[in-house]
Design a protein. Structure first.
Length: 160
């Protein structure tokens, strides 16, 4: 598979499958700091409220988990300067196995991620290629800001 848009599409489909199975709320292309110099777009953001015993509590949002996914289809894409925004409780880089191995060999794995996820051999799911959880991977924005960004990303597509 050498067609960059095709690779991106397939990797994105695997993330969406994972999000549908594991998170209650999610959105593609979530913007942060919109219309500001440091504006960033995250490929996918998922949110799962904290629900001990499947009970919603007042603190369920603040204690919930935000998961950020950035898709990179090639080294040129990785080095483009776009993406690689990791503000979540869990942060993942999603790419092909070949790119993951190249990043490892060239010591270019981002420091602020939990793992690199790659498609399995059949391209039916994602699995951890490199588990690199670091102390630098943690939520960098308040829950209210992230949820608002998710809502705005849906509004841009569904309500305008």
């Amino acid at each position: 598979m050498s067609d960059r848009p095709e690779i991106t599409g397939k990797l994105s489909g695997l993330i969406e499958k994972k999000l549908r199975n594991n998170h209650m709320y999610w959105s593609p292309e979530v913007n942060f700091d919109k219309n500001m110099q440091g504006e960033r777009r995250v490929d996918y953001v998922g949110f799962k409220p904290y629900t001990p015993g499947y009970v919603i509590e007042p603190a369920s949002v603040e204690l919930g988990t935000f998961v950020f996914y950035e898709v990179k289809s090639s080294m040129a894409d990785f080095e483009s300067g776009h993406g690689l925004t990791f503000y979540g409780d869990e942060n993942y880089l999603v790419c092909t196995t070949e790119l993951a191995e190249q990043l490892q060999a060239e010591l270019k794995i981002p420091r602020n991620i939990d793992a690199i996820l790659c498609p399995n051999k059949a391209w039916t799911g994602l699995c951890k290629k490199f588990d690199v959880k670091s102390q630098q991977s943690h939520r960098r924005r308040p829950a209210a800001e992230i949820l608002w960004a998710i809502i705005q990303s849906h509004g841009d597509r569904n309500f305008n």
